[in-house]
Every structure is written in C-alpha cells, then in structure tokens.
Write a protein that binds this ligand. Structure first.
Ligand code: IFM
Length: 446
C-alpha cells in the first residue's frame, strides 16, 4: 500500500454503505408493509437458489452490535437506506410509527457511537401497494415519492444532515422494468422509459424537497457508473457501440439532472422517452446537487452486435475474456474508478464527487474463526490508490464508502456473492470481521 489517510485530507469522508432490503430482514415485523422485493423473491426462479431476504442479516434486531462493528473498524460515516414500506406500509397515507421508531433507534445509536448517519431515500424496495398501481411507470409516483421524502425529513431531519435521493436509477429501472430480472420483474421498452423518466423526475424533486426543508443539508444522489472501452481497439463499430452504451448506462440519469437533457443524440431509441415528458418537465429534471455519488466496481468492454435490439452493442463479460474477475463476473481493473472520476470531472456543474460504493465479492473461507480475504483487501487498496491518483490530479472527490458492511442479500444473485468487510454465517448470524475490515480499521485509525 503506497498511500496514507492524511493524503486524502481532513475533509474527506470515509464510510461504509448498506441498503435496507439487503440486511434488515424482519420483512413483516412491527407493521412493515410488503415491498416489491418481498413479493418478487416469493416467485419461482427469480432469485438464485430460491433465496429471499425475510431474515437476511437480521440487522433489524442486531443493529446495535452491527453498528458497534462499524465503530470497531473506526469507520466514521454510515450510509443506509430507509425501507419505504416500513415507514409507510401502503407507500402513502398511514405512517407506521414502529418503523419510524426503529430508524430513530438506528440514527440515535449511530450518533451515540460518533458515527455520522447518511440516508439513501430509495434503494429499490418500492412498496408493493404502489407497484399494484404501476409503480415507477405511473407518473403519480412523483407525488408518492414526495410524500415519502417529506415523511423521512419530518422524522429524521432533526439529526440526519446527509441525504441521497436515489440509488442507481439505471439499475432499478433497467433490471426491474426492462429486463425483468429484478423486482418488480417488468419488461419492455415502454415500461422502462416510463419508469426512467419518472425516476429522473423524482431524483430532482427529492433534491428540491430536501433543500427547502433545510438549506444546509448535504444533498446528493447516486449513480452506477462503469468505465467503458471498445473490445477491439481501433475498431470503429465497437467505438460507436461504446458511445451508445455510455449514453444508456452512464448518462441517462446524470445528464438531465445536470440540465443537459436526455442523451438522445447518442442513442436514438431514447427519443421514445418524449412520450412521457410533459410541458415543464425539462426544467424540473434539473437540480443542483451538492455531490454526485459514484458507484463503480469495474470496467466493461463493449463490442458491436447486430443482434442486440435497440443498442446494437453487447458487453463482453470478464470470464469470456479470461481476465481476473469477482464472483459477479466483473473484471478486476483498478483504473476503472480513476477513469470514471476523470470523466465525471468533465461536467462543470458537478460540485463534488463522493465514491458512495466500491467493493468486491470473492469466495471467502472461514478458517479457525478468521476470514483472510486477501483478494478483497488488495482490491480495496488498489481502488483507493486510484481514487487518490484522481484526487491528486485535481478531481474534486471528497469521500469513499466501501460496499459493504457485511455479507448480505445480493438481489437476484442471493447470498453467494459476499461483498462484506464482515463475514456473516446466515445459519447462526455470527459475524467475523474479515482481514479487509481489519485493514480498513487500521487505515482509518491513523
Ligand atoms: O449490492 C449492490 C447494491 O445494492 C447497489 N450497488 C451495487 C451493489 C453490488 O452489486
């Protein structure tokens, strides 16, 4: 390791991220309503090995000892999400005060431990009651979401000062409403574009609501953002394919937020989103965030493909290319995060960037009550070094949050890909801090 914490400066936020559905469990406890992930994981063959997150890491009951682990690893910032259906079981209307009380306990205990709480408002677990009305495809969601945001601000805004509106809108609309591989399992271009436009509207509207609640809060929203390159260098059709994939995966939600509109010029099919745009929406899509949350794990190599509808491009996965990869079949390529940061820097209206997720799933083994996860440790060190390189070259990157605190429910992949700094035995709920977690703790202790 060739860097120290000091090199990042005192105003750099180090943290760890989680999401409600992936860790909390207690899926029907204390008045929680059903979410789209509760119902999706009940369906056959949607989740690897038929798994679900009814119990997950049981964080709902074990949050005190889990937050104590964050403290033990000297991590000063904790990013977590609010399960919408825990606080508003039907999505709108009646508030579930037991759900509110639970998040108050989590927030209060963070503060007691000296850990700063950062809230992500929406990390994919839409209330099922709202999905029954069309979910993200229904424009009414702008009002439903506003009610949820206000509810969270009214109950948690006296103590929480850092807010993120959405987690990776491209993933939850793309996987959930186009490919049908994530909840709610909807497919097709029309579902996707409707959901995408409404999510983009909510992303900005959420920012405005938070700002008007308290002008000093630090407000951001997060994006999945991959480093992209052509499979074959100097191959014109692959280079053009990269531009189309970039418009879809990296720019579709970011650019309207920055006031640049949808990247239709570089991906013609996106023109069909105009069907869902109402007069005045163009302005409402834009909002000046205090920071952009970058969530980067890998790079993708893209080739031209005549067979892929709309995109005429395909991503050639790491295994096929015979390169080092994680259990998600994502290439291990540390410069990816440097390249992503450098690209984001080119947008003049981005004030600050925080890496709100970065991490890796590897096959961990428990030996003598220890988990020596050398590959993850190396991955983290190599990626953090690349963040520093970008910072030293002038990129205004002000934070780095590891994905994730502990092994958890990795959506459609179930429990096999373990990303945690803490190992979880899902039979006993026993936790073991892995070597990567110990290293992160020592690094932050300096
Ligand atoms: O687990 C997810 C998280 O919920 C969103 N970002 C990517 C992570 C790893 O796949």
């Amino acid at each position: 390791m060739h860097f120290s914490k000091e090199e990042f400066g005192n105003d750099f936020s180090w943290g760890i991220s989680t999401a409600a559905y992936q860790i909390e469990g207690a899926h029907d406890t204390d008045g929680k309503g059903m979410s789209i992930w509760d119902s999706f994981s009940q369906k056959r063959r949607k989740i690897a090995n038929g798994e679900h997150a009814n119990i997950a890491c049981d964080f709902y009951h074990q949050y005190t000892s889990d937050l104590a682990l964050i403290k033990k690893m000297n991590i000063p910032n904790y990013r977590f999400s609010i399960a919408w259906s825990r606080v508003l079981p039907n999505g709108i209307g009646t508030i579930n005060y037991k759900g509110i009380a639970y998040y108050n306990r989590v927030i209060d205990f963070c503060l007691e431990l000296g850990i700063e709480p950062w809230i992500t408002l929406y990390h994919w677990d839409l209330p099922e009651a709202l999905q029954k009305k069309g979910g993200w495809t229904n424009r009414e969601i702008i009002n439903w979401f506003s009610e949820f945001v206000n509810c969270c601000l009214n109950h948690f805004g006296d103590r929480v000062k850092h807010w993120m509106v959405l987690n990776e809108p491209m993933v939850f609309t793309g996987a959930g409403y186009f490919l049908g591989v994530h909840a709610p399992g909807k497919k097709g271009l029309s579902n996707f574009l409707a959901a995408a436009h409404h999510a983009a509207m909510c992303q900005a509207e959420g920012g405005r609501i938070i700002r008007s609640f308290e002008s000093n809060f630090k407000i951001g929203t997060t994006f999945s953002y991959s480093d992209l390159a052509p499979l074959r260098e100097d191959h014109e059709r692959d280079a053009k394919a990269v531009i189309r994939v970039d418009a879809l995966l990296n720019r579709l939600f970011l650019e309207p937020l920055l006031g640049l509109g949808y990247p239709i010029r570089d991906l013609k099919i996106l023109q069909k989103i105009e069907r869902f745009i109402k007069p005045g929406d163009e302005q409402k899509l834009a909002f000046q965030m205090d920071f952009i949350g970058l969530q980067n794990y890998t790079r993708e190599l893209v080739s031209y493909s005549a067979f892929m509808p709309f995109l005429h491009a395909k991503i050639v996965k790491a295994k096929k290319r015979n390169v080092q990869h994680t259990l998600m079949n994502w290439e291990v390529y540390p410069p990816c995060i440097y390249n992503a940061l450098k690209r984001l820097q080119k947008y003049p209206s981005i004030k600050e960037i925080l890496v709100t997720e970065n991490g890796a799933a590897f096959p961990d083994a428990v030996v003598n009550e220890e988990v020596d996860d050398e590959e993850r440790l190396q991955y983290l060190q190599d990626h953090i070094a690349q963040v520093l390189k970008a910072k030293n070259e002038g990129v205004n990157v002000k934070g780095y949050f590891v994905w994730t605190l502990m092994d958890n429910f990795e959506w459609a992949e179930g429990y096999s890909p373990r990303f945690g700094l803490v190992h979880v035995d899902f039979d006993t709920q026993k936790r073991i801090i892995k070597s990567s977690g110990k290293w992160f703790g020592q690094f932050l202790d300096k």
